[in-house]
Design a protein around this ligand. Structure first.
Ligand SMILES: O=P(O)(O)OC[C@@H](O)[C@@H](O)c1c[nH]c2ccccc12
Length: 260
């Protein structure tokens, strides 16, 4: 079993929920990356999703898009992100998951990417613009480096597709909670619990909810019917404002969820 999957399952076995913050590497400068990651792991997060800035982030809402623009403006590249992560990889106690579009990986070279990413502490990759049918482009190289390829399941996927994505997803299943792009939201569609429970019937790989989650109450309500949550835009905002209290309260909520 992969480290990522094992890590999440050990959290749920303790009666807690996984909490995976998303950060944009290079937002505020790459010298912020090490202190931010070390502080997040100290707060007890399960894994950290590290975004690689990209010029054409089609799945991203305004908060993450602007964070990416700031990171690109100060010269952040996939290369410099991996180099920075590698410089403190020995201090990592949680697995990192890279969120990147396909182009930067292809430009870097898939074999080299997999090897360097692994040395940087990356144990999973999310590539939102790469359809399942094309995963052969990167999967063999990732497999060689023991890096999971995490699949995104959308609300509008057909049941057959959901089953296929779920069975192929490694590490965890990224279940998207809304139709649309990333960004903090105040409310969600009803009956999402049925959708999430259905996804979990196909596999023992944990299902995590992401998109829009931005309050401790969201963390608790999604956590009541899946294995945990991913929080992006809200974390990115808090980091810009240096608001660690809000981040701490979100993490705490994942440790006090009651299963329905
Ligand atoms: O920002 P939100 O709504 O909290 O959603 C998480 C999301 O930002 C993060 O997982 C992510 C950032 N960019 C993505 C692109 C595709 C899928 C997921 C992502």
């Amino acid at each position: 079993m992969s480290l990522l999957k094992k890590t999440i399952l050990s959290i749920t076995a303790q009666g807690h929920k996984a909490f995976v913050p998303y950060i944009m590497a290079g937002d505020g400068g790459l010298n912020k990356l090490q202190p931010t990651i070390l502080k997040l792991q100290q707060l007890g997060v399960t894994a950290i999703e590290v975004g690689i800035p990209f010029t054409d982030p089609v799945a991203d809402g305004p908060t993450i898009e602007r964070a990416g623009e700031r990171a690109l403006a100060n010269g952040t590249t996939l290369h410099t992100v991996l180099e920075t992560l590698t410089s403190f990889a020995s201090e990592l106690t949680v697995p990192l998951v890279a969120m990147t579009y396909l182009n930067p990986i292809l430009a870097y070279g898939t074999e080299k990417f997999a090897k360097d990413a692994r040395a940087a502490g990356i144990r999973g990759v999310i590539i939102p613009d790469m359809p399942l049918e094309e995963s052969e482009i990167v999967q063999p190289a990732l497999k060689n480096a023991s890096i999971d390829l995490v699949q995104l399941v959308s609300l509008t996927s057909t049941p057959e597709r959901i089953e296929r994505l779920t069975k192929r997803s490694e590490g965890f299943i990224y279940a998207v909670t809304v139709n649309g792009i990333t960004g903090a939201r105040s409310s969600f569609a009803t009956q999402l619990d049925e959708h999430f429970k259905k996804i979990q019937t196909y596999t023992d790989t944990p299902v995590l909810a992401g998109f829009g989650i931005s309050t401790p109450d969201h963390v608790k309500s999604f956590g009541s019917f899946c294995s945990g949550v991913i929080v992006g835009s809200k974390i990115v905002d808090c980091l810009v404002q240096d608001d660690w209290t809000t981040i701490e309260n979100l993490v705490k909520a994942s440790k006090t969820v009651a299963m329905k």
